[in-house]
Design a protein around this ligand. Structure first.
Ligand code: ADP
Ligand code: MG
Length: 416
């Protein structure tokens, strides 16, 4: 089996070796074991389900939450000579029927579907007579209320599985899973003694910083002036702030576009493409931007505001340095943002339990901003890995003002 998978890796993808964790996942799936992979953003999760799909007889289904991502992956696969398609709300009825017909004739190796498709009985029925060896669930944290992007439709995945004449292998993938999310993934998908592959949460090529009390726009200008040839993402928490920051930077002559849910789909797509294809350097965005975005050369991710939890923060910041080269992740902290986040929690129509959970996650995010320990270590521990040492490059590791010296100085002052 090893020879076969290395052959595919080389012939289909053109890669000489696996990234960490990939081979274990591929082998586990090919041995028909349910599998869970918790691998960081950029870790190469897609290959873990695509490669077994190429080897298995029949059609593998991939459940993925983002329409733009599906199209990209399917285009890439078809270009590599792997017949595949996707089914989501962007496909016309005529084309949908065409694809469904091809699906029933088993013309594809891979079919990507949006979880919302599983709400349709019609769709489920169409899958009864085809051979499905594997169902891969991408961004599997969406199945948990403890994740940062819960999608109710993910709860239907098990319905699909249970209605199939033969139970396929189930493989779930995510970059961010605390123990609670991991347990939810296993329980909600009813995984059977899954192989769990964790490659560690640490991203050693990223350096994290928390900056307090800086003037945000001044900081940005100075920072960006020093890096006019680098790509980066600037996250803000509201559309208004995105608009303002964008206008500001545009006026100053930076190569910048913006992205948020208030723009039309066409504009969003076009701005995203400008960024992906390096026609512009900087994108200012709300958290609507980015899930599944595969741009390898993002050199910095700056958060102008406090994110609502560490899961979201790590996912967004983790878009830096996917190529393994260095990346900077900078969070500009101001206490005002805590008030904004609390307001957002209060005015949501969720029940008290849910709100309490959100408050506790927010508090952990605030603690991150105030810790004097290694920031990377703080994050990795949050996700349950206690073994990580320190990164030597975050703003806390590099801060050489020793607490003891300050204490000594303070003592001198007192004793004078
Ligand atoms: P993830 O979904 O884990 O964030 P992707 O599957 O999008 O990551 O892969 C991230 C990048 O790594 C992609 O550009 C992909 O082509 C590349 N990649 C994946 N596997 C390998 C490999 N074995 N060798 C080299 N590059 C790889
Ligand atoms: Mg992915």
């Amino acid at each position: 089996m090893k020879r076969l998978i290395y052959e595919k890796l080389k012939d289909v993808y053109g890669y000489a070796s696996f990234k960490q964790g990939q081979q274990e996942m591929v082998e586990s799936i090919l041995q028909k074991k349910d599998s869970v992979a918790i691998m960081p953003t950029g870790g190469g999760k897609s290959l873990c389900y695509q490669l077994p799909a190429l080897i298995f007889e029949g059609t593998t289904f991939v459940i993925s939450p983002l329409i733009s991502l599906m199209k990209d992956q399917v285009d890439t696969l078809n270009a590599m000579g792997v017949s595949s398609t996707y089914i989501n709300s962007s496909v016309s009825v005529k084309e949908m029927n065409n694809r469904l017909k091809n699906i029933s004739e088993q013309k594809y190796k891979l079919v990507y579907i949006a979880p919302e498709r599983l709400d349709s009985e019609y769709f489920m029925v169409r899958l009864q007579n085809i051979h499905i060896p594997l169902i891969a669930i991408d961004e599997a944290h969406c199945i948990s209320q403890w994740g940062h992007d819960f999608r109710p439709s993910y709860m239907n995945i098990y319905q699909l599985i249970s209605k199939l004449p033969k139970r396929p292998v189930i493989a779930a993938f995510t970059a961010t899973a605390t123990d609670k999310v991991e347990a939810d993934i296993i329980r909600n998908l009813r995984l059977q003694e899954p192989t769990i592959t964790k490659t560690g949460y640490a991203r050693n090529n990223l350096s994290f910083s928390v900056l307090k009390g800086v003037h945000k726009q001044d900081f940005l200008q100075n920072y960006l002036r020093d890096r006019t040839d680098e790509s980066g993402v600037i996250y803000a928490s509201t559309r208004k702030e995105v608009d303002q920051c964008y206008e500001n930077l545009k006026k100053l002559g930076f190569s910048v576009e913006k992205y948020h849910a208030g723009l039309t789909e066409k504009v969003r797509k076009s701005n995203q493409d400008l960024f992906l294809f390096d026609d512009i350097k900087i994108i200012v965005a709300t958290n609507a931007f980015g899930m599944g975005i595969d741009k390898s050369n993002v050199r910095f991710v700056i958060h102008l505001n406090l994110p609502k939890n560490i899961e979201s923060y790590y996912q967004e910041a983790g878009r830096a340095g996917r190529d393994g080269e260095s990346g900077e992740c900078i969070l500009l902290f101001s206490p005002q943002d805590i008030i904004t986040q609390k307001y957002l929690i209060e005015q949501s129509e969720k029940d008290d339990n849910y709100k309490a959970k959100e408050y506790s996650q927010l508090q952990q995010m605030i603690d991150y901003c105030h810790t004097s320990n290694c920031l990377q270590q703080h994050i990795v521990r949050y996700f349950g890995d206690q073994t990580y040492d320190i990164c030597h490059k975050c703003s806390n590791c590099k801060d050489d003002r020793k607490l003891t010296d300050i204490t000594n100085d303070a003592l001198k002052v007192i004793s004078c």
